[in-house]
Design a protein around this ligand. Structure first.
Ligand SMILES: Cc1cc2nc3c(=O)[nH]c(=O)nc-3n(C[C@H](O)[C@H](O)[C@H](O)COP(=O)(O)OP(=O)(O)OC[C@H]3O[C@@H](n4cnc5c(N)ncnc54)[C@H](O)[C@@H]3O)c2cc1C
Length: 335
């Protein structure tokens, strides 16, 4: 059977693996200790934080169909948040999210979706692919410490574009295209409290400030956790302060969140910061996925389309469709 190596076990990698599982032997390599990529969840004592993707929507019928069984089994749930808009420190609007334009989350935590998808896949966690080289008989993958990870007929990267481009062999026909997406950073500030927060919103978009988002993570469905607040910086502020001292970044974002929310948040019982180097990107114009059938190399991920969960799925599905046709034609493991 054709052997395929996939770099990354975020939604794109997992959706691709599942779509090809009946046509090939798939191995996913994931540098993190868990699956989910940017659909991540962090824990601290009795607090829990979805510190990457906050929620997702499903515009396409394909993504709605993919989610339907997950909603049915409770792995994905609708978040009917009380939503607020802030501009320049003033609350300008509020409304209730509902079923008309559903906002979904993984339940009881964001990474539950990825964990479910990964359950029957061969995922090698804590394994960062460092090099991908043609050894005369296939794509040979090596880890940072030089350990051999195996030889495969195909190599597919679902890592964020800059990381994937660094991995991709130079013969990949679309390697230059992987340099185009302008992926932007974001800081996540996680705060845990002993008592419920005195705010009358669950999620808030913030304009005209250095933070862009605040959410009461513990208000999401299925979260039986202590009160928690998650704050995201703007991409612009994160890019301008990428290498700043984390304590300075924490202090600034905390001050911004206190100013906008109207509550002094410095008394939080738990405060932690995470820097997402490649968080998201604006809508892209190119292909939904990149495929080089001659070299048996490919790449996909949200960065082909837009910095959204649904885009990761759409990109993986587009690539899977093209690869399935090829795997049917080729069917064997020769180049
Ligand atoms: C702060 C933040 C907020 C967001 N908010 C939202 C939101 O509210 N709504 C929404 O729809 N989307 C949001 N997003 C975007 C959403 O999370 C992504 O679009 C989606 O999760 C991307 O999935 P992916 O599989 O394409 O990439 P990823 O999830 O990034 O998966 C790629 C995987 O590749 C792994 N990897 C990288 N290099 C290697 C290597 N060399 N070897 C092995 N593994 C490797 C990474 O560890 C990662 O797990 C947000 C993202 C961030 C960071």
């Amino acid at each position: 059977m054709t052997r395929i190596a996939i770099a990354g076990a975020g939604l794109a990698g997992l959706a691709l693996a599942r779509a090809l599982a009946d046509r090939a032997e798939i191995t996913l390599f994931e540098k993190a200790r868990g699956v989910g990529g940017r659909m991540a969840t962090r824990y601290a004592d009795s607090w829990q934080f979805d510190h990457g993707a906050q929620f997702f929507t499903a515009q396409s019928e394909a993504f709605q169909a993919f989610l339907a069984p997950l909603i049915e089994r409770g792995t994905v749930a609708r978040w009917d948040a009380r939503f607020a808009e802030f501009v320049g420190g003033e609350q300008t609007a509020e409304w209730q999210w509902d079923g008309e334009r559903p906002h979904y989350v993984g339940a009881p935590k964001m990474n539950a979706l990825a964990k479910y998808l990964a359950a029957d896949l061969d995922v090698r966690l804590g394994t960062r692919i460092a090099t991908v080289e043609w050894d005369g008989d296939g794509w040979a993958l090596n880890a940072e410490d030089g350990a051999r990870l195996g030889r495969f007929d195909w190599f597919v990267s679902t890592a964020p574009a800059p990381q994937g481009r660094a991995l991709m062999p130079s013969v990949f026909a679309h390697r230059d295209a992987m340099g185009a997406p302008d992926m932007r950073a974001c800081y996540a500030l996680m705060m845990g409290f002993e008592d419920p927060l005195p705010v009358d919103w669950d999620a808030a978009h913030v304009g005209d400030a250095d933070i862009s988002w605040m959410s009461v993570n513990s208000s999401k469905p299925g979260r039986d956790t202590a009160p928690s607040l998650l704050v995201h910086s703007t991409n612009a502020w994160a890019e301008a302060h990428l290498e700043d001292d984390p304590d300075t970044v924490t202090a600034h974002l905390l001050a911004e969140a206190s100013r906008i929310s109207g509550h002094d948040l410095a008394g939080a019982a738990h405060i932690a910061l995470h820097r997402w180097r490649y968080a998201n990107l604006p809508r892209q114009e190119g292909s939904e996925a990149l495929l080089d059938p001659d070299e048996r190399l490919a790449a996909c991920g949200d960065w082909c389309i837009h910095g959204r969960v649904e885009a990761a799925f759409t990109s993986a599905t587009a690539l899977a469709e093209r690869m399935r046709a090829l795997l049917q034609d080729i069917g064997v493991s020769h180049r």
